[in-house]
Design a protein around this ligand. Structure first.
Ligand SMILES: Cc1cc2nc3c(=O)[nH]c(=O)nc-3n(C[C@H](O)[C@H](O)[C@H](O)COP(=O)(O)OP(=O)(O)OC[C@H]3O[C@@H](n4cnc5c(N)ncnc54)[C@H](O)[C@@H]3O)c2cc1C
Ligand SMILES: NC(=O)c1ccc[n+]([C@@H]2O[C@H](COP(=O)([O-])OP(=O)(O)OC[C@H]3O[C@@H](n4cnc5c(N)ncnc54)[C@H](O)[C@@H]3O)[C@@H](O)[C@H]2O)c1
Length: 461
């Protein structure tokens, strides 16, 4: 049996660990799917390329209010798909060829692997293609997969997820989106802007329920103006009609007819498919691989990172965790100076229309924690750039601790939100209080971040 120094399960953020500092380690990288993982192939990158196309279409649709008349003459779906994957697929292929052809110390296993106990030399890994290897150290970076509600999974009717919705052969005239989170919000924008009639089927009262309630409520209101948004309902049955259309029956007795269904109801970590019980590693209640803040599992020299174990299913978090595990692999399992996952200030953005960005606590969370807070919601339309755009929906909400001015959260909905929020991420990361942040620097006039400056100045510290 081949013994290697390191096996990495998953070629997403896990692949980035193996840099030249590992040149004298023998390494196996296993991936059963497309090389490069979710973000590159079926996640962040292609979805944002589609979002960009959607933004272009939305800009045309909204142009006449600025005195610029334009008409969307057509959407060449096949060309959009070809543009996106014509650029992405070679990157995945190039990454695989680099590992296979130019990294002498790396072997790629293109198959599903799982643990099979341990030997004196390390952990036995067996792959579906027959490969068996013993690894002295293992990094579990196996990611997550879409959750499919049973009523849809068991219907026998074809449905789509992020894995294939961006490669549809035919553009759906009517798309039914099940779920109200990140993927649902982004893909409803894409398909809606490009011309689909989108129906969103949402279990809760609002879209983006995990967000601050001001943002979730405002976004739901905006989405209702663009799509058919059905809240407080679940899918009870899906069936195929004669013409190839799908009929989605809902818990309130109503139904929706579509040409395609996108299921976006969360993602489940892949740890349940690794036979972790054979090495004594457990999963928590959410199905995540259990680990400590350094990425160590219960099995010595088995580390983990990213969607498979992290409380955050975000690429920048998976990458940050990969950097920590990379450092820790070199320092050693019992080192006193192990790196720690940076989970204190984790921002995120939803690339929908309008864009949304968040960092820190929601107002409800801050109140639950008993923090004495001051809150300011600043309208985009009340600062110069937002006013120039005649923006009527954008908001920037800052939450700070009264007395100290410590910023505990920020929630933005509006144009450029993921960019506008970045100074708050910096302030929270480096401990800058709200007043110093607002008055200790210039804010370019009349740029969009003035909305943030005004929100900070409006706090009653
Ligand atoms: C549609 C979509 C859009 C997104 N957009 C954003 C965004 O804009 N910004 C952001 O921050 N995040 C975004 N995310 C989340 C982001 O993609 C993930 O958080 C990130 O890719 C997780 O990286 P990872 O390395 O943990 O897992 P992955 O990249 O999923 O890598 C895991 C790999 O492991 C392989 N694998 C799993 N089990 C096994 C096994 N047993 N044997 C062999 N191989 C195995 C899989 O095939 C996969 O390639 C998005 C996700 C989706 C689905
Ligand atoms: N821009 C980004 O950073 C970005 C974009 C896409 C995805 N992601 C990541 O990927 C993860 C997965 O995305 P997602 O949109 O699938 O999940 P999500 O957790 O954002 O949203 C899931 C939605 O599905 C609903 N839901 C769950 N079970 C349901 C059921 N049985 N029936 C009906 N609705 C149900 C939830 O209430 C929620 O609205 C996100 O949480 C996020 O971390 C990030």
């Amino acid at each position: 049996m081949t013994v290697v120094d390191l096996a990495v399960i998953g070629s997403g953020s896990g692949n980035s660990i193996v840099d030249p500092s590992f040149d004298d380690w023998s390494v196996v990288i296993a991936d059963e799917g497309t090389f490069g993982g979710t973000c590159l192939n079926v996640g962040c990158i292609p979805s944002k390329m589609f979002v960009y196309a959607g933004e272009v279409a939305a800009t045309i649709a909204e142009s006449s209010r600025y005195g610029v008349d334009s008409r969307l003459e057509g959407v060449r779906w096949r060309d959009i798909v070809t543009r996106v994957f014509g650029r992405i697929d070679p990157i995945s292929q190039g990454g695989l060829e680099y590992r296979e052809d130019r990294c002498d110390n790396v072997t790629v296993v293109r198959s599903h692997v799982r643990f099979d106990g341990r030997t004196d030399d390390g952990y036995r890994l067996v792959a579906d293609d027959g490969t068996e290897v013993v690894a002295r150290r293992v990094v579990i970076a196996a990611g997550s997969r879409p959750v499919i509600p049973p009523a849809i999974a068991e219907s026998g009717v074809r449905y789509h997820t992020n894995d294939d919705i961006m490669r549809l052969a035919q553009f759906p005239g009517r798309l039914v989106v099940v779920g109200g989170g990140y993927i649902a919000a982004e893909m409803a924008h894409v398909f809606g802007s490009l011309g689909s009639h989108v129906t969103m089927v949402v279990r809760g009262d609002h879209l983006l329920r995990a967000h601050d309630s001001d943002v979730a409520e405002r976004f739901t209101e905006i989405a209702r103006g663009r799509h058919d948004v059905r809240t407080g309902v679940e899918v009870s049955r899906v069936r195929l009609a004669d013409e190839g259309e799908v009929i989605v029956e809902l818990s309130d007795g109503s139904s929706v007819t579509g040409d395609a269904i996108l299921v976006a109801t969360g993602r489940q970590p892949n740890g349940d498919r690794l036979a972790l019980d054979t090495i004594g590693v457990g999963l928590d209640d959410a199905g995540r691989v259990e680990c400590d803040s350094h990425g160590r599992t219960a099995a010595e020299n088995v580390w983990t990172l990213g969607d498979v174990s992290s409380p955050y299913q975000l690429k920048h978090v998976a990458n940050a965790e990969a950097r920590v595990v990379q450092t820790n692999l070199h320092r050693g399992w019992d080192a006193d100076d192990l790196g720690t996952f940076p989970h204190d200030v984790v921002p995120s953005a939803v690339f929908t229309h309008p864009q949304i960005a968040a960092v820190g606590l929601t107002e409800a969370q801050a109140r639950e924690q008993g923090i004495d807070i001051t809150v300011k919601v600043q309208a985009y339309g009340d600062v110069a750039y937002g006013w120039a755009m005649e923006d009527t929906t954008g908001l920037c909400k800052v939450i700070a601790e009264r007395g100290t001015g410590r910023i505990v959260g920020c929630h933005i909905l509006g144009p450029q939100a993921p960019t506008v929020i970045q100074p708050v991420i910096q302030a929270m990361s480096f401990g800058l209080d709200a007043h110093t942040m607002a008055r200790g620097q210039y804010w370019i006039h009349p740029a969009m971040p003035e909305v943030l400056e005004n929100a900070l100045l409006g706090l009653d510290i």
